[in-house]
Design a protein. Structure first.
Length: 125
């Protein structure tokens, strides 16, 4: 088997849908933004806890992860999820914790900059 495509809809893969659902059930480790403005982002650290939670989510849907899906999660240092104003959700998988941390910090900086820009626009009026 392989990593299964989700088909048309909110997610790219079946695995992405289960990871996203896991972030809603247990909450992301950290979150920022809102889907209607900057976009919503959440980070989940990887490891056995994430794999177990996603496997539970799949079982709740009378499904199980393929070997490749489980391996991707097992080998991931973590994931960053995002959702846009159209309701589409994306999951980026990171092999190394340093890359995950760098990507999350970059998002935090972009988010802070967007808040400052919004504040500047408010002051102009």
């Amino acid at each position: 088997m392989t990593i299964r495509r989700y088909g048309s809809g909110k997610f790219n893969t079946v695995l992405d849908s289960y990871v996203y659902a896991t972030s809603l059930d247990g909450g992301a480790d950290e979150e920022l933004g809102e889907a209607d403005t900057f976009g919503w982002y959440g980070v989940l650290t990887g490891g056995d806890d994430l794999l177990s939670a996603v496997e539970r989510e799949a079982r709740d849907h009378d499904d199980e992860l393929t070997e490749e899906e489980a391996e991707l999660l097992r080998e991931s240092a973590g994931v960053i999820l995002s959702e846009d104003s159209q309701g589409f959700a994306y999951v980026d998988y990171f092999d190394h914790k340093r890359d995950l941390v760098k990507a999350w910090r970059r998002l935090e900086e972009e988010y802070e900059a967007s808040l400052e820009e919004d504040g500047d626009e408010d002051e102009a009026w």
